[in-house]
Design a protein around this ligand. Structure first.
Ligand SMILES: CC(C)(COP(=O)(O)OP(=O)(O)OC[C@H]1O[C@@H](n2cnc3c(N)ncnc32)[C@H](O)[C@@H]1OP(=O)(O)O)[C@@H](O)C(=O)NCCC(=O)NCCS
Length: 416
C-alpha cells in the first residue's frame, strides 16, 4: 500500500539520499555536504508556508516533494496558490508512478485547503503539461552593455543593508499586491538577501520609504580575466517610472567597470528601453532581417484545480466588461473531479456561476489551456487557431477573447 504523508525526523536520512541522487547537480557528496543540505532544509521548513512530504510503500520512502502555501495576486485578488518543488523519486523506483501519485496528492491537498490554483517550475514542460499544467509567462534574458540602458540621475539610490529589510519587504508587498501573478517570498529568501555575501542590493529611498530595489551579483565576463566582469540582475522591483529610471541609471553608470548586464525579465517590452536592442554577438536570425534581441525560456506553469472556486475568487474581477452567458467545458483526465461543464453568467464583466443551462456561447478546452487562459498567458483567439479550444460559434471568438484578455501577463519572482 502506498501512502503519502508529511516527513518526520526519522525520514530525514532517506529524504536526503533520494534528493541528492535525484539532483546530482546540487553536489551533495560528503557528510559535511549532507549536514549543510539538512540545515538548509530545516531552515526552509521553519517557514510555516513550507512543508516536506513523502510517498511510502511498506514503510520505505520512495519519493519526496516540498509544498508551499503561497499567497498570489490573481488579477487583483490575493488567493491561496499551492506550489510544489524538489520532486524526487528513488532511482530504484522510477517509472512506477511515484511522481504521478505525489502530483495527484498535491493537487487534491490544495483543493481541500481551498485553493483554486497550483503552480510549479517544470524540469520538463511536457511531463507536467500531460498532467494538466499550462504555460506561464516566458522569461527573457538580455545581455546588454550598461551604456545601452537609459541614463538618469541616481540621487535617490543607496546600498541597502539588514536595517532596510522591513522597508524592502514593504516595497515588495506593495508591488506584489498591484501585480498579477506575484507570490509570497518565503522567509529564507528574505533572510538570504542580506546574509549571502555575493548578493548586493541597491534601493530607491524617498521619504523614509523604499520605492524600488535592484538585487544583483557580479560574475566573470567573457574575457575570463579579473578585469572582465558582468552584473547579473537577480530582481528588479519598482513602484513608478522615476524609480525604474534611477535603478537603470545606476546600472548605466557601471559602464566603465562592467562589460555586460544580464537581466532576466518577464517584461516583453524591455527592448523598448535599450539604446541598442541587439543581443551580444549581433546575431541575425537566419533568413530574415531580424536582429536577435534576447533569449527566451518557458518555465513556471499553472494549473486550475477547482473551477467553481476559481470563479468565486474572481467575483470582483472585470472580465472585459462583457455581458453574456458562457457554457464552459473543461476536460481534466488527470484530476477528474475538476472536469465538467458550467454556465458562467457575465454581467458588465462580473462573473457568477448559474444553474439555468441556457447560454449564448459554448467553449471547450483542456485544463492546461484553460489554466493559461485564466492566467492571461495566452489569448482565446490563439487557442482556437491552434485547435486547443473549441467555440460553438466562430463569430463569437472575439467576445470570448475580450472576456479573458489581460493587459499584463503574470509576473513571478518567487523561486521554489
Ligand atoms: C522526474 C521524476 C520525478 C519522475 O518520477 P517517476 O516516479 O519515475 O514518474 P512516474 O512513473 O510517476 O511517471 C509519470 C507517469 O504519469 C503518467 N501521466 C502523466 N499525465 C497523465 C494523465 N493525464 N493521465 C494518465 N497518466 C498520466 C505518465 O504517462 C507517466 O506514466 P508512464 O511512465 O507509465 O507513461 C523522477 O524521474 C526524478 O526524480 N527525476 C530527477 C529529479 C527531477 O527532475 N524532478 C522533477 C523536478 S520538477
Amino acid at each position: 500500500m502506498r501512502t503519502i504523508r508529511q516527513l518526520t525526523e526519522a525520514d530525514w536520512e532517506a529524504f536526503i539520499t533520494i534528493s541528492v541522487n535525484a539532483y546530482p547537480g546540487i553536489k551533495v557528496v560528503t557528510a559535511v555536504d549532507r549536514q549543510r543540505f539538512r540545515q538548509r532544509n530545516e531552515q526552509m521548513i521553519a517557514d510555516p508556508i513550507v512543508s516536506l512530504w513523502g510517498a511510502f510503500e511498506n514503510g520505505r520512502l520512495l519519493g519526496a516533494m516540498r509544498l508551499f502555501d503561497f499567497a498570489m495576486t490573481l488579477h487583483e485578488t490575493s488567493v491561496l496558490m499551492g506550489g510544489i518543488g524538489s520532486v524526487a523519486v528513488d532511482l530504484a523506483y522510477k517509472k512506477r508512478k511515484v511522481a504521478y501519485d505525489m502530483i495527484q496528492f498535491f493537487l487534491r491537498h490544495y483543493r481541500e485547503k481551498g485553493a483554486a490554483l497550483t503552480a510549479l517550475y517544470p524540469f520538463r514542460p511536457d511531463f507536467y503539461r500531460q498532467m494538466g499544467f499550462g504555460y506561464g509567462t516566458k522569461m527573457n534574458q538580455y545581455r546588454v552593455e550598461p551604456a545601452s540602458l537609459p541614463r538618469s540621475s541616481t540621487t535617490h539610490i543607496a546600498f541597502l543593508t539588514e536595517k532596510d529589510k522591513e522597508a524592502v519587504m514593504a516595497c515588495y508587498g506593495r508591488y506584489a499586491q498591484q501585480t498579477h501573478g506575484m507570490m509570497t517570498l518565503p522567509t529564507y529568501t528574505w533572510d538570504q538577501l542580506f546574509t549571502e555575501p555575493s548578493l548586493k542590493i541597491v534601493g530607491y529611498k524617498s521619504g523614509g520609504e523604499i520605492r524600488g530595489y535592484l538585487i544583483f551579483a557580479f560574475q566573470q565576463g567573457q574575457g575570463g580575466h579579473f578585469l572582465s566582469n558582468e552584473i547579473l540582475v537577480r530582481a528588479i522591483v519598482y513602484e513608478n517610472p522615476a524609480v525604474l529610471a534611477e535603478l537603470l541609471g545606476f546600472l548605466h553608470t557601471q559602464a566603465d567597470q562592467i562589460e555586460r548586464i544580464v537581466i532576466n525579465t518577464q517584461d516583453e517590452d524591455f527592448h523598448f528601453l535599450l539604446a541598442d536592442p541587439r543581443f551580444e554577438g549581433e546575431l541575425m536570425l537566419p533568413r530574415v532581417l531580424y536582429h536577435q534581441s534576447n533569449t527566451q525560456g518557458v518555465g513556471l506553469m499553472y494549473r486550475v484545480i477547482d473551477v467553481p472556486r476559481l470563479f468565486e475568487q474572481l467575483a470582483d474581477h472585470d472580465f472585459g466588461g462583457q455581458t453574456c452567458r458562457l457554457k464552459l467545458t473543461v476536460r481534466d483526465s488527470f484530476l477528474p473531479e475538476n472536469a465538467g461543464s458550467w454556465i458562467v453568467g457575465f454581467e458588465n464583466g462580473r462573473a457568477r456561476l448559474l444553474s439555468d443551462p441556457t447560454h449564448d456561447i459554448a467553449i471547450e478546452l483542456d485544463v492546461a489551456a484553460f489554466s493559461s487562459l485564466i492566467m492571461g498567458t495566452v489569448s482565446f483567439r490563439q487557442l482556437v487557431f491552434y485547435s486547443l479550444a473549441i467555440v460553438s460559434d466562430p463569430a463569437q471568438i472575439e467576445t470570448v477573447n475580450r472576456l479573458f484578455h489581460t493587459a499584463q501577463k503574470p509576473i513571478c519572482m518567487t523561486s521554489f
